[in-house]
Design a protein around this ligand. Sequence first.
Ligand SMILES: Cc1ncc(COP(=O)(O)O)c(C=O)c1O
Length: 412
Amino acid sequence: MADFSSLFSENANNMKASTIRELLKLTQKPDIISFAGGLPAPDVFPVEDLRAAANIVFDTQGRKALQYGTTEGDDGLREELIKFESKQGVSIKKENLLVVSASQQALDIVAKIFLDAGDYVIAGRPTYLGALQAIQSYSAKVLGIPFTAAQDGFDMVKLEQTYAEAKAAGKKIKYIYVIPDFQNPSGFCWSIEKRKALLEFAYKTGLPILEDSPYREIRFMGDSIPSIYELDQRGANKGIVINLKTFSKILAPGTRMGWIMADTALISKFVVAKQAMDLCTNVFTQMWLAEYMRTGKLDGVIQATRDKYREKRNAMVEALERYMPKRADISWTKPEGGLFLWITLPSFIDTDKLLLKAVEKKVAFVAGSGFYVDNPEHNSMRMNFSYPTHEQIEEGVKRLGLVVQEAIAEHK
Ligand SMILES: Cc1ncc(COP(=O)(O)O)c(C=O)c1O
Protein backbone atom coordinates (compact mmCIF):
# COMPACT_ATOMS: atom_id res chain seq x y z
CA MET A 1 0.00 0.00 0.00
CA ALA A 2 1.29 3.46 -0.86
CA ASP A 3 2.18 5.59 2.15
CA PHE A 4 1.28 9.25 1.63
CA SER A 5 1.70 10.32 5.25
CA SER A 6 4.72 12.53 4.47
CA LEU A 7 2.51 14.43 2.01
CA PHE A 8 -0.39 15.09 4.39
CA SER A 9 -1.07 18.75 5.22
CA GLU A 10 -0.30 20.16 8.63
CA ASN A 11 -4.03 20.53 9.18
CA ALA A 12 -4.56 16.85 8.41
CA ASN A 13 -1.85 15.96 10.88
CA ASN A 14 -3.63 18.06 13.50
CA MET A 15 -6.96 16.27 12.95
CA LYS A 16 -7.71 13.88 15.74
CA ALA A 17 -9.85 10.79 15.38
CA SER A 18 -12.52 10.92 18.03
CA THR A 19 -11.49 8.66 20.90
CA ILE A 20 -15.12 8.62 21.88
CA ARG A 21 -16.18 7.19 18.55
CA GLU A 22 -13.47 4.57 18.88
CA LEU A 23 -14.72 3.67 22.33
CA LEU A 24 -18.29 3.57 21.11
CA LYS A 25 -17.36 0.58 18.99
CA LEU A 26 -16.54 -1.24 22.22
CA THR A 27 -19.94 -0.43 23.62
CA GLN A 28 -21.96 -1.50 20.62
CA LYS A 29 -22.02 -5.22 21.31
CA PRO A 30 -25.64 -6.37 21.33
CA ASP A 31 -25.80 -7.49 24.97
CA ILE A 32 -24.40 -4.22 26.35
CA ILE A 33 -26.80 -1.60 27.66
CA SER A 34 -25.29 1.55 26.26
CA PHE A 35 -25.80 5.05 27.59
CA ALA A 36 -22.81 6.07 25.51
CA GLY A 37 -24.40 7.13 22.21
CA GLY A 38 -26.19 10.37 21.49
CA LEU A 39 -28.97 9.05 19.30
CA PRO A 40 -32.51 10.40 19.31
CA ALA A 41 -35.33 7.92 20.03
CA PRO A 42 -36.18 6.47 16.58
CA ASP A 43 -39.79 5.70 17.50
CA VAL A 44 -40.56 9.44 17.28
CA PHE A 45 -39.42 9.70 13.65
CA PRO A 46 -42.61 10.39 11.62
CA VAL A 47 -41.81 7.87 8.90
CA GLU A 48 -45.20 7.78 7.18
CA ASP A 49 -45.64 11.57 7.12
CA LEU A 50 -42.12 11.98 5.76
CA ARG A 51 -42.83 9.37 3.10
CA ALA A 52 -45.97 11.28 2.07
CA ALA A 53 -44.00 14.56 1.88
CA ALA A 54 -41.30 12.89 -0.26
CA ASN A 55 -43.97 11.57 -2.63
CA ILE A 56 -45.46 15.04 -3.04
CA VAL A 57 -42.02 16.45 -3.95
CA PHE A 58 -41.48 13.74 -6.59
CA ASP A 59 -45.05 14.11 -7.92
CA THR A 60 -45.03 17.88 -8.21
CA GLN A 61 -41.42 19.13 -8.42
CA GLY A 62 -39.31 16.05 -9.15
CA ARG A 63 -37.09 17.66 -11.77
CA LYS A 64 -36.32 20.70 -9.62
CA ALA A 65 -35.57 18.46 -6.63
CA LEU A 66 -33.01 16.51 -8.65
CA GLN A 67 -31.23 19.61 -9.99
CA TYR A 68 -28.37 21.67 -8.43
CA GLY A 69 -29.58 24.38 -6.07
CA THR A 70 -28.22 27.64 -4.71
CA THR A 71 -25.60 27.52 -1.97
CA GLU A 72 -27.74 29.71 0.31
CA GLY A 73 -30.49 27.09 0.31
CA ASP A 74 -33.91 26.30 -1.15
CA ASP A 75 -36.26 29.30 -1.02
CA GLY A 76 -39.22 27.21 0.12
CA LEU A 77 -37.27 25.72 3.03
CA ARG A 78 -35.88 29.09 4.05
CA GLU A 79 -39.44 30.49 4.13
CA GLU A 80 -40.50 27.66 6.45
CA LEU A 81 -37.46 28.19 8.66
CA ILE A 82 -38.25 31.90 8.95
CA LYS A 83 -41.79 31.00 10.12
CA PHE A 84 -40.42 28.37 12.52
CA GLU A 85 -38.04 30.87 14.10
CA SER A 86 -40.61 33.65 14.24
CA LYS A 87 -42.94 31.43 16.30
CA GLN A 88 -40.11 31.39 18.87
CA GLY A 89 -39.68 35.14 18.79
CA VAL A 90 -36.69 35.26 16.44
CA SER A 91 -37.13 37.51 13.47
CA ILE A 92 -34.87 36.85 10.50
CA LYS A 93 -34.77 37.50 6.79
CA LYS A 94 -33.59 35.13 4.08
CA GLU A 95 -30.27 37.00 3.96
CA ASN A 96 -29.65 35.95 7.59
CA LEU A 97 -30.02 32.27 6.76
CA LEU A 98 -27.73 29.65 5.28
CA VAL A 99 -28.97 26.08 4.94
CA VAL A 100 -26.22 23.58 5.76
CA SER A 101 -25.65 19.83 5.93
CA ALA A 102 -26.51 19.92 9.65
CA SER A 103 -24.66 21.67 12.46
CA GLN A 104 -21.45 19.75 12.09
CA GLN A 105 -20.89 21.33 8.68
CA ALA A 106 -21.67 24.72 10.21
CA LEU A 107 -19.02 24.16 12.89
CA ASP A 108 -16.54 23.43 10.11
CA ILE A 109 -17.59 26.46 8.01
CA VAL A 110 -17.22 28.88 10.94
CA ALA A 111 -13.82 27.41 11.85
CA LYS A 112 -12.70 27.62 8.22
CA ILE A 113 -13.67 31.28 7.95
CA PHE A 114 -12.15 32.47 11.23
CA LEU A 115 -9.20 30.27 12.09
CA ASP A 116 -5.57 30.35 11.07
CA ALA A 117 -3.07 27.89 12.51
CA GLY A 118 -2.25 28.81 16.10
CA ASP A 119 -5.41 30.88 16.68
CA TYR A 120 -7.57 30.31 19.75
CA VAL A 121 -11.27 29.71 20.40
CA ILE A 122 -12.82 30.17 23.84
CA ALA A 123 -14.99 27.18 24.81
CA GLY A 124 -16.40 25.47 27.88
CA ARG A 125 -14.70 22.83 29.98
CA PRO A 126 -16.21 20.37 29.10
CA THR A 127 -17.65 20.92 25.63
CA TYR A 128 -18.93 19.12 22.52
CA LEU A 129 -16.20 17.03 21.01
CA GLY A 130 -17.23 17.60 17.37
CA ALA A 131 -16.65 21.34 17.81
CA LEU A 132 -13.20 20.66 19.22
CA GLN A 133 -12.43 18.42 16.23
CA ALA A 134 -13.50 21.16 13.79
CA ILE A 135 -11.27 23.71 15.56
CA GLN A 136 -8.29 21.35 15.68
CA SER A 137 -8.64 20.49 12.00
CA TYR A 138 -7.60 24.10 11.22
CA SER A 139 -4.60 23.76 13.57
CA ALA A 140 -6.23 26.13 16.06
CA LYS A 141 -6.43 25.72 19.84
CA VAL A 142 -8.94 26.07 22.62
CA LEU A 143 -8.91 28.21 25.75
CA GLY A 144 -11.09 26.24 28.16
CA ILE A 145 -13.36 28.08 30.60
CA PRO A 146 -14.85 26.22 33.57
CA PHE A 147 -18.52 26.47 34.48
CA THR A 148 -19.78 27.89 37.78
CA ALA A 149 -20.61 25.55 40.66
CA ALA A 150 -24.26 26.48 40.01
CA GLN A 151 -23.79 25.09 36.48
CA ASP A 152 -25.53 28.14 35.00
CA GLY A 153 -22.85 29.23 32.53
CA PHE A 154 -19.18 30.20 32.36
CA ASP A 155 -17.30 31.31 35.43
CA MET A 156 -17.11 34.92 34.20
CA VAL A 157 -14.21 35.85 36.47
CA LYS A 158 -12.19 33.02 34.98
CA LEU A 159 -13.26 34.11 31.49
CA GLU A 160 -12.02 37.68 32.04
CA GLN A 161 -8.80 36.39 33.57
CA THR A 162 -8.12 33.85 30.80
CA TYR A 163 -8.86 36.49 28.17
CA ALA A 164 -6.53 39.06 29.77
CA GLU A 165 -3.71 36.53 30.13
CA ALA A 166 -4.12 35.31 26.55
CA LYS A 167 -4.08 38.87 25.21
CA ALA A 168 -1.01 39.73 27.27
CA ALA A 169 0.71 36.65 25.83
CA GLY A 170 -0.12 37.82 22.29
CA LYS A 171 -2.57 35.00 21.58
CA LYS A 172 -5.09 35.61 18.81
CA ILE A 173 -8.60 34.71 19.98
CA LYS A 174 -11.17 34.46 17.19
CA TYR A 175 -14.52 33.46 18.70
CA ILE A 176 -16.39 32.07 21.69
CA TYR A 177 -18.13 28.70 21.32
CA VAL A 178 -21.07 27.89 23.61
CA ILE A 179 -24.07 25.52 23.81
CA PRO A 180 -26.32 27.44 26.24
CA ASP A 181 -29.33 25.09 26.05
CA PHE A 182 -28.74 21.67 27.60
CA GLN A 183 -25.11 21.35 26.66
CA ASN A 184 -23.60 18.21 25.22
CA PRO A 185 -22.10 16.60 27.31
CA SER A 186 -23.33 18.01 30.62
CA GLY A 187 -26.97 19.01 30.17
CA PHE A 188 -26.09 22.45 31.68
CA CYS A 189 -28.44 25.29 30.75
CA TRP A 190 -27.22 28.89 30.96
CA SER A 191 -29.21 31.36 33.07
CA ILE A 192 -30.45 34.59 31.49
CA GLU A 193 -27.92 36.54 33.59
CA LYS A 194 -25.01 34.50 32.26
CA ARG A 195 -26.26 34.78 28.66
CA LYS A 196 -26.45 38.57 29.03
CA ALA A 197 -23.04 38.68 30.69
CA LEU A 198 -21.46 36.72 27.83
CA LEU A 199 -23.09 39.04 25.30
CA GLU A 200 -21.68 42.05 27.15
CA PHE A 201 -18.25 40.38 27.16
CA ALA A 202 -18.55 39.85 23.40
CA TYR A 203 -19.55 43.50 22.84
CA LYS A 204 -16.61 44.65 24.94
CA THR A 205 -14.02 42.42 23.30
CA GLY A 206 -15.47 42.41 19.77
CA LEU A 207 -15.40 38.61 19.68
CA PRO A 208 -18.26 36.82 17.89
CA ILE A 209 -20.25 34.23 19.83
CA LEU A 210 -20.88 30.90 18.10
CA GLU A 211 -24.08 29.72 19.79
CA ASP A 212 -24.75 26.06 18.99
CA SER A 213 -28.40 25.22 19.73
CA PRO A 214 -29.25 21.67 18.64
CA TYR A 215 -31.19 20.96 21.86
CA ARG A 216 -32.91 24.32 22.29
CA GLU A 217 -36.37 23.07 21.26
CA ILE A 218 -36.01 19.90 23.37
CA ARG A 219 -36.91 21.64 26.64
CA PHE A 220 -39.20 19.23 28.48
CA MET A 221 -39.60 21.16 31.74
CA GLY A 222 -39.13 24.70 33.06
CA ASP A 223 -39.44 27.99 31.20
CA SER A 224 -37.61 28.76 27.98
CA ILE A 225 -34.76 31.28 28.26
CA PRO A 226 -34.02 33.54 25.27
CA SER A 227 -31.10 32.48 23.13
CA ILE A 228 -28.06 34.76 23.05
CA TYR A 229 -28.89 35.40 19.38
CA GLU A 230 -32.33 36.65 20.46
CA LEU A 231 -30.89 38.77 23.29
CA ASP A 232 -28.61 40.55 20.85
CA GLN A 233 -31.45 41.01 18.39
CA ARG A 234 -33.80 42.49 21.02
CA GLY A 235 -31.07 44.66 22.50
CA ALA A 236 -28.13 46.40 20.84
CA ASN A 237 -28.55 44.23 17.72
CA LYS A 238 -24.87 44.25 16.84
CA GLY A 239 -25.08 41.03 14.82
CA ILE A 240 -22.29 39.52 16.89
CA VAL A 241 -23.95 36.11 17.44
CA ILE A 242 -23.89 33.19 15.00
CA ASN A 243 -26.63 30.71 15.85
CA LEU A 244 -26.59 27.08 14.67
CA LYS A 245 -29.78 25.03 14.43
CA THR A 246 -30.43 21.53 13.11
CA PHE A 247 -33.18 19.05 12.29
CA SER A 248 -31.13 16.31 13.95
CA LYS A 249 -32.78 16.40 17.37
CA ILE A 250 -36.16 17.92 16.48
CA LEU A 251 -36.94 15.58 13.58
CA ALA A 252 -34.33 13.06 12.40
CA PRO A 253 -30.50 13.22 12.21
CA GLY A 254 -30.41 11.15 9.02
CA THR A 255 -31.77 14.17 7.14
CA ARG A 256 -28.37 15.88 7.74
CA MET A 257 -30.00 19.26 7.49
CA GLY A 258 -29.50 22.40 9.54
CA TRP A 259 -29.28 26.17 9.29
CA ILE A 260 -27.04 29.04 10.34
CA MET A 261 -28.52 32.37 11.43
CA ALA A 262 -26.12 35.30 11.36
CA ASP A 263 -25.46 38.80 10.16
CA THR A 264 -25.79 39.11 6.36
CA ALA A 265 -22.10 39.94 5.81
CA LEU A 266 -21.07 36.82 7.70
CA ILE A 267 -23.57 34.68 5.81
CA SER A 268 -22.00 35.84 2.51
CA LYS A 269 -18.60 34.77 3.80
CA PHE A 270 -19.96 31.38 4.94
CA VAL A 271 -21.56 30.87 1.51
CA VAL A 272 -18.15 31.12 -0.16
CA ALA A 273 -16.66 28.62 2.30
CA LYS A 274 -19.54 26.22 1.76
CA GLN A 275 -19.23 26.44 -2.03
CA ALA A 276 -15.78 24.88 -1.79
CA MET A 277 -17.17 22.09 0.39
CA ASP A 278 -20.28 20.88 -1.42
CA LEU A 279 -21.68 23.61 -3.76
CA CYS A 280 -25.09 23.30 -2.13
CA THR A 281 -26.96 21.28 0.45
CA ASN A 282 -28.90 18.24 -0.79
CA VAL A 283 -31.72 19.83 -2.81
CA PHE A 284 -34.19 16.98 -2.58
CA THR A 285 -33.93 16.84 1.21
CA GLN A 286 -34.43 20.59 1.51
CA MET A 287 -37.60 20.46 -0.60
CA TRP A 288 -38.75 17.34 1.24
CA LEU A 289 -38.36 19.00 4.65
CA ALA A 290 -40.05 22.19 3.41
CA GLU A 291 -42.99 20.08 2.23
CA TYR A 292 -43.10 18.30 5.59
CA MET A 293 -42.95 21.60 7.50
CA ARG A 294 -45.88 22.92 5.44
CA THR A 295 -48.05 20.12 6.89
CA GLY A 296 -47.68 21.81 10.30
CA LYS A 297 -46.82 18.46 11.89
CA LEU A 298 -43.30 19.28 13.06
CA ASP A 299 -44.58 20.95 16.25
CA GLY A 300 -46.35 17.71 17.17
CA VAL A 301 -43.16 15.69 16.67
CA ILE A 302 -41.20 18.12 18.85
CA GLN A 303 -43.87 17.89 21.56
CA ALA A 304 -43.87 14.07 21.38
CA THR A 305 -40.06 14.11 21.65
CA ARG A 306 -40.21 16.34 24.72
CA ASP A 307 -42.81 14.09 26.37
CA LYS A 308 -40.80 10.97 25.71
CA TYR A 309 -37.48 12.42 26.86
CA ARG A 310 -39.03 13.90 30.01
CA GLU A 311 -40.18 10.42 31.02
CA LYS A 312 -36.83 8.86 30.21
CA ARG A 313 -34.89 11.58 32.00
CA ASN A 314 -37.10 11.10 35.05
CA ALA A 315 -36.60 7.34 34.87
CA MET A 316 -32.82 7.78 34.77
CA VAL A 317 -32.76 10.30 37.63
CA GLU A 318 -34.98 8.02 39.74
CA ALA A 319 -32.83 4.97 38.94
CA LEU A 320 -29.67 6.90 39.87
CA GLU A 321 -31.27 7.85 43.19
CA ARG A 322 -32.07 4.18 43.80
CA TYR A 323 -28.84 2.55 42.70
CA MET A 324 -25.94 4.98 43.06
CA PRO A 325 -24.03 4.95 46.35
CA LYS A 326 -25.15 7.89 48.52
CA ARG A 327 -22.15 10.14 49.06
CA ALA A 328 -21.58 13.89 49.01
CA ASP A 329 -19.00 13.45 46.24
CA ILE A 330 -21.38 11.65 43.88
CA SER A 331 -23.84 13.83 41.98
CA TRP A 332 -25.55 14.16 38.64
CA THR A 333 -27.20 16.96 36.70
CA LYS A 334 -30.97 17.01 36.40
CA PRO A 335 -31.36 18.64 33.00
CA GLU A 336 -34.57 20.37 31.94
CA GLY A 337 -34.00 19.37 28.32
CA GLY A 338 -31.71 17.70 25.84
CA LEU A 339 -30.46 14.14 25.65
CA PHE A 340 -27.77 13.85 28.33
CA LEU A 341 -27.00 14.02 31.99
CA TRP A 342 -23.56 14.24 33.58
CA ILE A 343 -22.43 12.25 36.57
CA THR A 344 -19.58 13.35 38.83
CA LEU A 345 -17.91 10.63 40.92
CA PRO A 346 -15.38 10.79 43.76
CA SER A 347 -12.08 12.25 42.54
CA PHE A 348 -10.25 8.92 43.08
CA ILE A 349 -12.37 7.23 40.40
CA ASP A 350 -11.03 7.46 36.85
CA THR A 351 -13.99 6.91 34.53
CA ASP A 352 -11.71 5.92 31.61
CA LYS A 353 -10.75 2.87 33.67
CA LEU A 354 -14.22 2.45 35.14
CA LEU A 355 -15.62 2.15 31.60
CA LEU A 356 -13.68 -1.08 31.03
CA LYS A 357 -15.15 -2.53 34.24
CA ALA A 358 -18.60 -1.31 33.26
CA VAL A 359 -18.32 -2.98 29.85
CA GLU A 360 -17.48 -6.25 31.63
CA LYS A 361 -20.74 -5.80 33.52
CA LYS A 362 -22.47 -5.07 30.19
CA VAL A 363 -23.19 -1.39 30.65
CA ALA A 364 -21.51 1.59 28.95
CA PHE A 365 -21.24 5.38 29.19
CA VAL A 366 -18.87 7.99 27.76
CA ALA A 367 -15.97 8.87 30.06
CA GLY A 368 -15.95 12.63 30.64
CA SER A 369 -12.25 13.11 29.83
CA GLY A 370 -12.94 13.08 26.07
CA PHE A 371 -14.79 16.39 26.30
CA TYR A 372 -11.71 18.38 27.38
CA VAL A 373 -8.83 19.49 25.15
CA ASP A 374 -6.32 19.66 27.98
CA ASN A 375 -6.05 18.77 31.68
CA PRO A 376 -9.17 16.64 31.51
CA GLU A 377 -11.23 15.91 34.59
CA HIS A 378 -11.25 12.16 35.02
CA ASN A 379 -14.12 11.56 37.42
CA SER A 380 -17.14 12.35 35.26
CA MET A 381 -19.27 10.53 32.71
CA ARG A 382 -21.91 11.40 30.11
CA MET A 383 -25.13 9.42 30.13
CA ASN A 384 -27.62 9.43 27.26
CA PHE A 385 -31.26 8.90 28.15
CA SER A 386 -33.03 9.50 24.82
CA TYR A 387 -32.15 6.22 23.12
CA PRO A 388 -32.34 3.40 25.72
CA THR A 389 -35.72 1.93 26.67
CA HIS A 390 -37.16 2.35 30.18
CA GLU A 391 -36.22 -1.25 30.96
CA GLN A 392 -32.64 -0.67 29.80
CA ILE A 393 -32.43 2.51 31.89
CA GLU A 394 -33.54 0.63 35.01
CA GLU A 395 -31.27 -2.38 34.48
CA GLY A 396 -28.28 -0.39 33.12
CA VAL A 397 -28.24 2.12 35.98
CA LYS A 398 -28.51 -0.79 38.44
CA ARG A 399 -25.40 -2.37 36.87
CA LEU A 400 -23.62 0.98 36.86
CA GLY A 401 -24.41 1.50 40.55
CA LEU A 402 -22.72 -1.84 41.32
CA VAL A 403 -19.64 -0.94 39.26
CA VAL A 404 -19.29 2.36 41.16
CA GLN A 405 -19.83 0.62 44.50
CA GLU A 406 -17.05 -1.84 43.66
CA ALA A 407 -14.68 0.97 42.67
CA ILE A 408 -15.31 2.68 46.01
CA ALA A 409 -14.80 -0.58 47.93
CA GLU A 410 -11.52 -1.21 46.07
CA HIS A 411 -10.27 2.27 46.97
CA LYS A 412 -10.94 1.63 50.64
C1 LIG B 1 -23.61 20.45 20.56
C2 LIG B 1 -23.70 19.77 19.25
N1 LIG B 1 -23.45 20.47 18.13
C3 LIG B 1 -23.53 19.91 16.91
C4 LIG B 1 -23.86 18.58 16.76
C5 LIG B 1 -23.91 18.01 15.37
O1 LIG B 1 -25.21 17.78 15.03
P1 LIG B 1 -25.73 17.63 13.53
O2 LIG B 1 -24.56 17.74 12.62
O3 LIG B 1 -26.39 16.31 13.47
O4 LIG B 1 -26.68 18.76 13.35
C6 LIG B 1 -24.14 17.80 17.88
C7 LIG B 1 -24.47 16.39 17.75
O5 LIG B 1 -24.69 15.65 18.67
C8 LIG B 1 -24.05 18.42 19.17
O6 LIG B 1 -24.29 17.75 20.30
